[in-house]
Design a protein around this ligand. Structure first.
Ligand code: 13P
Ligand code: SF4
Length: 635
C-alpha cells in the first residue's frame, strides 16, 4: 500500500487512538506503575494464535508511540499477509511501563482490523474462480469507517461508496417518491459528476433501470433469489455492472458469484466482526529463534549428507528457501526430482509438488513435506469426480470423447487428475511449458479439455492465436448446451488461483501512472484482462530471469506471489521491484512450510523416522507418471 494510504489511515485513526487511550489509561496504568521500575525496558512479541489476515499494523504502532515515543515497533509481516498460528507478527521494545499500558489498546485495534481482513479474505477466496468482486457496505462501526474499509481492502475486498457524499445510491425509499426513471433523472441533474447506482427488487424494475440512457453506472439486485439473479444476468447481458446485495453468507456466496454478477456486497464484513486471536508475550521468549533453528537445520543437513536433497519453490519463506539444494519453478523442480539419487527428498512447496516428485521418484526414494496439509487452492477447484462428470457429458455429445479431446492438467492438480490424463492419452503442463504442451495436444486430436486453471488455459490458447469464441468455460452446476460444446476447440475448467486472481486491470493502470516506464510482468495464472495489459507473462522462473537480466534502474511491477517479489527486490537493490497489486498477495499454503516444521522433519529423518511421507497409490502413480513423462519428453 502507498504512503498516502497509510497517512490517510493514520489521520483517521489518530482521534480514535486518543479516545481509546484516554478511556483505557486515563491518568495512568496503576498496576505497571506500582510494580515496574520506571527505567525497566521490556520486549514484547505479538503472536498469532489463530490463522488469519493481518491488518492495522500502522495503527498498532501509532498506539505504542503515542503512549511512549521511545517504543520501537518492528513488524514481521505486512498488512494483507496471512499468518499461521504461532507466527510472529511484530516485536516491540522499549520502556516497560509504556509497553504494558499500550498493549491492550494496540491489540484491540489490530485484532478488530485483522478480524475484518480475515473474514473478507474468506469471502474473496470463496469467489476466486468467478469474476465477482467482494464489496463492503456502510455498516461500519460509527467513527471507524476509514479503518474498517482499509481492513476490507487488506482482505482483498473492494470498497463500496465511502459515505453518502461520494456516490448516488437510489434505494426503494427514494424510488417510492415517484419511480426509478424520474429519480435517476433528478439525481443526474443535481450531481452530474457522481456515479449512480439503482437498487431494484424485481426483474420488472431491472428492465426499467436498463432502459435509462445514458445508463446508470451500476444496478443493485436487492434480496433476489438465485434464479432471479441468473435471469437478471442474462437480461442485462453485460450492459451495466450488476451488484448482488442482501444476506449473502460465506456458504452461499460462491453460488451467487457463479451466476455471473460483477459485485457482491456483504454487510457482515464490518457489522459482525470477530477479532483475530493475537496476543503479546512480554519478556519471555519461549520459541526457538530463527538463528537457533537455522543452525539446527544446517547441522541436520550435514548429518544426513548426500542421503538428503531439499527442493524449494520460489514462493517459500526466505528462512526456508535458504536450505534448498535446488530452487525453482514447478517445471524445474519436477525435473530436479527425476535427477537426484538421494534417498530422501524433502519438498518445501505445496502438496501437489511433493506428490509430483513422489510419482517420479525412483524405487527406494522417499518424498517428505514439512506440512502435509499445505495444499493448493487452485488444485482443489477440480476433483476427479467433477472432471469425470464433465468428461461423461463430452462422451454423450461426441460419442467418443477420447477421439475428440486431449485432456491437459496443469501440474497444480491432484495425482488422480494426472492419472486421468495418463489414462486418456493426455498430458500434464506447467506454467513454463503450457504453450508447447497445448500445441502438442492439438496435434494429437482436434480439441483440448484443460483443467483446472481457466486463466492459464485461456491466456496460453489466446497467445497461440486461438480466438476466444473457440474457448468454452465449463460450468459445473449447469453444463453448457451440446451446440456450444460442439463449437469449442478448448474447454476450460472454471478453476483459478486465489492469489493470482487478486491482480486486477486497475492495478496495471495505477502502477503505470505512478512509475512511468515500469515493466509489468505477470504470471499466466492472472486473469486475461491483466495479462493483456502486461508487458510480459511467464512462469516464476521466467519472471526471475527477466529481472536478473535487466539493467540497473529498471522498474518492475510483478503480478505473482509476494514472497518472490520481496526477495527479488532484496536481491536486486539496483532495480525497483514492487508487487503489481496495492495489497501484495501471499500464498497462504506455501507459507505453511516453516523452519520449525522443516527442522522437525529432518530431526525425525536423522533419528530414522519418516514423517509426512507423501505416497501415491501404485495404480494412480502409474498413470500419472505416463502423463508427467509425456510432458518431460516435450522438453
Ligand atoms: P510456477 O510453475 O511458475 O512456479 O508456478 C507454480 C504456482 O503454483 C504458481 O502459483
Ligand atoms: Fe496454488 Fe495459487 Fe499457491 Fe500457486 S499461488 S500454490 S496456484 S494457491
Amino acid at each position: 500500500m502507498t504512503k498516502q494510504e497509510v497517512d490517510s489511515l493514520l489521520r483517521a485513526a489518530q482521534p480514535l487512538i486518543d479516545l481509546a487511550i484516554a478511556e483505557d489509561i486515563g491518568p495512568g496504568d496503576a498496576t505497571s506503575e506500582a510494580i515496574l521500575a520506571a527505567d525497566a525496558v521490556l520486549k514484547g512479541r505479538i503472536v498469532a494464535k489463530s490463522a488469519g489476515v493481518i491488518a492495522g499494523l500502522p495503527v498498532a504502532e501509532a498506539v505504542f508511540r503515542r503512549v511512549h515515543p521511545d517504543i520501537e515497533f518492528i513488524a514481521h509481516v505486512d498488512d494483507g499477509q496471512e499468518v499461521v498460528p504461532g507466527e510472529l507478527v511484530a516485536e516491540v521494545r522499549g520502556p516497560g511501563r509504556g509497553l504494558l499500558a499500550a498493549e491492550r489498546t494496540a491489540l484491540n485495534f489490530l485484532q478488530r482490523m485483522s478480524g475484518i481482513a480475515t473474514l473478507t479474505r474468506r469471502f474473496v477466496d470463496a469467489v476466486a474462480c468467478t469474476s465477482a468482486a467482494i464489496l463492503d457496505t456502510r455498516k461500519t462501526l460509527p467513527g471507524y469507517r476509514v479503518l474498517d474499509k482499509y481492513a476490507v481492502r487488506m482482505g482483498g475486498g473492494l470498497n463500496h461508496r465511502m459515505s453518502l457524499y461520494d456516490m448516488i445510491l437510489i434505494k426503494d425509499n427514494h424510488i417510492a417518491a415517484g419511480g426509478i426513471i424520474p429519480a435517476v433523472a433528478r439525481a443526474r441533474t443535481a450531481c452530474p459528476d457522481l456515479p449512480i447506482e439503482v437498487e431494484v427488487r424485481s426483474l420488472d424494475e431491472l428492465c426499467q433501470a436498463l432502459s435509462i440512457t445514458p445508463s446508470v453506472e451500476r444496478i443493485m439486485l436487492d434480496n433476489m433469489s438465485l434464479e432471479e439473479i441468473r435471469q437478471a444476468v442474462s437480461i442485462t447481458a453485460g450492459r451495466v455492472p450488476l451488484e448482488v446485495s442482501g444476506n449473502i453468507t460465506l456458504e452461499g456466496v460462491a453460488e451467487a458469484a457463479a451466476t455471473g454478477v460483477d459485485y457482491i456486497s456483504v454487510g457482515a464484513l464490518t457489522h459482525s466482526v470477530k477479532a483475530l486471536d493475537l496476543s503479546m508475550e512480554v519478556g519471555r521468549v519461549e520459541e526457538t529463534s530463527i538463528p537457533d533453528l537455522s543452525s539446527r537445520v544446517a547441522r541436520l543437513k550435514s548429518i544426513l549428507g548426500e542421503r538428503l536433497v531439499i527442493l524449494g519453490h520460489h514462493y517459500q519463506r526466505d528462512e526456508v528457501i535458504a536450505f534448498a539444494d535446488f530452487r525453482g519453478d514447478s517445471l524445474k523442480l519436477a525435473r530436479d526430482a527425476t535427477q537426484t539419487d538421494a534417498e530422501f527428498i524433502v519438498f518445501c512447496g505445496v502438496h501437489f509438488m511433493a506428490e509430483t516428485a513422489a510419482i517420479l521418484a525412483k524405487p527406494g526414494q522417499h518424498v517428505l513435506i514439512p506440512d502435509a496439509t499445505a495444499g493448493c487452492y487452485l488444485a482443489d477447484t477440480a476433483t476427479l469426480e467433477a472432471v469425470q462428470a464433465a468428461w461423461d457429458v463430452l462422451e454423450t455429445v461426441f460419442g467418443d470423447a477420447d477421439a475428440e479431446f486431449t485432456p491437459i492438467t496443469y501440474v497444480n492438480s491432484s495425482a488422480a487428475l494426472k492419472a486421468f490424463c495418463g489414462r486418456h492419452n493426455g498430458v500434464v503442463c506447467t506454467s513454463g511449458n503450457a504453450a508447447k504442451v497445448l500445441d502438442w495436444a492439438l496435434e494429437q486430436r482436434p480439441r483440448v479439455f484443460f483443467f483446472p486453471d481457466q486463466h492459464l488455459g485461456r491466456n496460453t490458447a489466446k497467445r497461440m492465436g486461438i480466438p476466444l469464441h473457440e474457448m468454452l468455460l465449463w460450468n459445473v452446476h449447469y453444463p453448457p448446451n451440446p451446440e456450444a460444446i460442439r463449437q469449442a476447440r478448448v474447454i476450460l475448467w472454471p478453476g483459478a488461483c486465489n492469489v493470482h486472481q487478486r491482480f486486477r486491470p486497475e492495478h496495471v493502470a495505477a502502477v503505470r501512472e505512478r512509475f512511468p516506464g515500469v515493466r509489468v510482468i505477470v504470471h499466466p495464472e492472472c486473469k486475461m484482462e491483466v495479462v493483456d495489459l502486461a508487458d510480459d507473462v511467464g512462469s516464476t522462473a521466467h519472471i526471475i530471469r527477466q529481472v536478473e537480466a535487466a539493467p540497473p534502474g529498471t522498474r518492475w511491477a510483478i503480478g505473482t506471489e509476494s514472497r518472490l517479489v520481496h526477495r527479488l527486490q532484496r536481491e536486486h537493490p539496483e532495480q525497483l521491484v514492487i508487487s503489481l497489486a496495492d495489497v501484495p498477495p501471499f500464498c497462504r499454503t506455501m507459507g505453511q512450510i516453516t523452519l520449525p516444521k522443516l527442522a522437525h522433519v529432518l530431526e525425525a529423518l536423522a533419528g530414522g523416522e519418516l514423517v509426512n511421507e507423501v505416497c501415491v497409490e501404485a495404480e494412480t502413480a502409474h498413470w500419472a507418471r505416463k502423463a508427467l513423462e509425456r510432458m518431460l519428453e516435450l522438453g
